[in-house]
Design a protein around this ligand. Structure first.
Ligand SMILES: [Zn+2]
Length: 132
């Protein structure tokens, strides 16, 4: 799953949960579930170019200690091992997150990123929806 989509889903979970502990656990759990869905990943440079402004916007809008930011960080944190492997810091065999192991690394693939775009748009709308 595209890392920026992981981030907005994690931020949404954080908003829904309302506390940082639930947000980080929900974010990590969402990473597992989202990697299991058929999806498309981009190359590392594109992923970074999408993720950096997404995390920046979440931090700017909600704050670095908000459940939204903590949930987003929890959701992208499993991919830190993926990034470390891609740049050669750790060997691929050293990865531990369940959906990063085995033959079908990072789950089933699709050609289209449209479903992820729709999911991201729904999450952004939820994030921008005012709290009561
Ligand atoms: Zn992953």
């Amino acid at each position: 799953m595209i890392a920026a989509v992981h981030a907005v889903v994690g931020a949404s979970i954080g908003k829904f949960a309302g506390d940082s502990k639930s947000a980080v656990m929900g974010g990590v759990a969402s990473h597992l579930l989202m990697d299991l869905l058929p999806h498309r990943d981009f190359d590392a440079k594109t992923e970074a170019l999408l993720l950096a402004p997404t995390m920046g916007m979440i931090a700017w809008k909600f704050g670095l200690t908000s459940p939204e930011f903590v949930g987003a960080f929890g959701a992208i944190s499993p991919d830190l091992e993926n990034a470390a492997s891609r740049v050669g810091i750790i060997p691929q065999e050293a990865m531990r997150f369940p959906t990063h192991l085995g033959e079908d690394k990072h789950g089933p693939k699709t050609e289209s990123a449209l479903p992820q775009g729709i999911l991201a748009a729904v999450c952004v709308a939820f994030l921008l929806w005012p709290r009561k």
